[in-house]
Ligand binder design. Sequence first.
Ligand SMILES: Nc1ncnc2c1ncn2[C@@H]1O[C@H](COP(=O)(O)OP(=O)(O)O)[C@@H](O)[C@H]1O
Ligand SMILES: [Mg+2]
Length: 228
Amino acid sequence: MEQAISDHFSPLETIGFLSEKEWKTRVSSTISTRMKHARFPVKKRVDDFNFPFQPTIDPTVIRDLMTLRFIQQSENVVFLGPPGVGKTHLAIGLGVAAIEAGFPVLFINASVLIERLKDAYRQDQLDRYLKKLVKPKLLIIDEIGYLPFDSAAAYCFFQLISRRYERVSTIFTSNKSFGDWGEIFQDHVIAAAILDRMLHHCTTLNIRGESYRMKDRKKHDVLSIQQI
Ligand SMILES: Nc1ncnc2c1ncn2[C@@H]1O[C@H](COP(=O)(O)OP(=O)(O)O)[C@@H](O)[C@H]1O
Ligand SMILES: [Mg+2]
């Protein structure tokens, strides 16, 4: 109001000015609440990703994903590759873009997810927990394959994938190629059923490159050797 008075705003300009401020505050507080609810371990942006460093990633595919059409069409995304190639970075980057576009997002590590699913199953609460997990328009399940799933875990995971299938989007990251998923689930039949649903409407990025973490380490090692 002080600014409106000092800048001699007309009544209409004053109302416009105040409503715009109110609108911007509401949008940014919704985004920051959703960002908290998403539980990203760190905040990453696709814009900060160094594409020339990772030539097996086609930037046009990422640009297409950044339109977030895959979320509108309830499709999935899978990032495969060895440690340090940017799977989690890109998954979070897409998640942050999704929140900024107004979609609710949840990030969860696969091992944590499995423990929670199994706890819910044991307490006869699986259905309730699955209902919660179907709500986010985008669920990011990070690091599938670092730890094997036992048969209860595979059953719960299958239930989750079936419920989200063709309704909402999921991003998966894994260090294991699909051929090794039977090993992760310790059951080839259930692994095939999970993959069948996951991959039906899906963009898969197979990243075959060097670890970004090693790049910095190598530079650091060279520097320390030079200092010696
Ligand atoms: N091409 C890249 N450009 C910029 N930063 C990268 C790139 N690849 C990886 N990083 C960074 O390196 C670290 C490891 O990447 P991360 O996404 O966790 O790898 P992954 O999940 O594949 O193991 C993170 O801090 C990430 O931001
Ligand atoms: Mg990772």
